[in-house]
Design a protein around this ligand. Structure first.
Ligand code: AP5
Length: 212
């Protein structure tokens, strides 16, 4: 069973998914995290995906699909929280065609206005050691350059540079927004107001997710 978490770059998908994993026992699959792991390990998939991820463009479906299927099979039967997939209509249709074990039960859309997204992304810093995510103003680490959990270096993601953010937001508008209408037609869509602070958004999402 799958709960899809969908939203623009910087909408808070990763932040909220981690909270739901901690509080409700969901298993998170993030296609962005999976691709970054493949890139770090220099696998064949990682080498193919790297240029697209760094440029802020969508990785071709054929490259990503194998990675996703492997992750899904490894957690078949779990309550899966899917972060970052689908991002276009073809991906949404491919997901709907999977066996009942991987049926999409609902889609939670973290809705955040574009003017907030840019500020969230340029302020994000990610730990190179454990992957923990911070924000320079809204969720600052205790020490400016090192992770509170593991002491790793905190860096700006390569696709969080201003010109890459513009590309990612444009792709969201063109390719991913139609997926919202796809799920509305399927009767699976649920809007979450993503504008409040992290706790306020988490309260809405956890109330919704608890019903599955
Ligand atoms: P991915 O890693 O999925 O990137 P994304 O969708 O652009 O999302 P982000 O991780 O940037 O943001 P988020 O919504 O998780 O926000 P976060 O919680 O971190 O994908 C990266 C790349 O991989 C893609 O560009 C593409 O190349 C490839 N890829 C992945 N999936 C693919 C697919 N299906 N098909 C093809 N290619 C694919 O929060 C952001 C910041 O805001 C943080 O600093 C956080 O602290 C802060 N924040 C969070 N919540 C709040 C709040 N409520 N108030 C204030 N600040 C907040």
């Amino acid at each position: 069973m799958i709960l899809v978490l969908i939203g623009a770059p910087g909408a808070g998908k990763g932040t909220q998914a981690d909270l739901l994993v901690a509080t409700q026992g969901w298993h998170k699959i993030s296609t962005g995290d999976a691709l970054r792991k493949q890139i770090a390990k220099r696998t064949a998939v990682g080498l193919e995906a790297e240029g697209y991820v760094k440029a802020g463009r969508l990785v071709p479906d054929a490259v990503l699909w194998g990675v996703l299927q492997e992750e899904l099979q490894a957690h078949a039967g779990a309550k899966i929280l899917l972060d970052g997939f689908p991002r276009n209509i073809q991906q949404a249709e491919a997901l709907q065609a999977l066996p009942a074990l991987f049926a999409v039960r609902a889609v939670a859309h973290l809705d955040v206005p574009e003017e907030d997204l840019y500020e969230r992304l340029v302020g994000r810093r990610v730990c190179q050691g454990c992957g923990a995510s911070y924000h320079v103003h809204k969720r600052p680490p205790q020490s400016e350059h090192s992770c509170d959990h593991c002491g790793g270096a905190l860096l700006l993601r390569s696709d969080d540079q201003p010109e890459k953010i513009k590309v990612r937001l444009a792709i969201y508008e063109a390719d991913t927004k139609p997926v919202l209408d796809f799920y509305k037609r399927c009767g699976l869509y649920h809007r979450i107001d993503g504008r409040g602070d992290t706790e306020a958004v988490a309260a809405q999402l956890s109330a919704f997710a608890a019903s599955f």
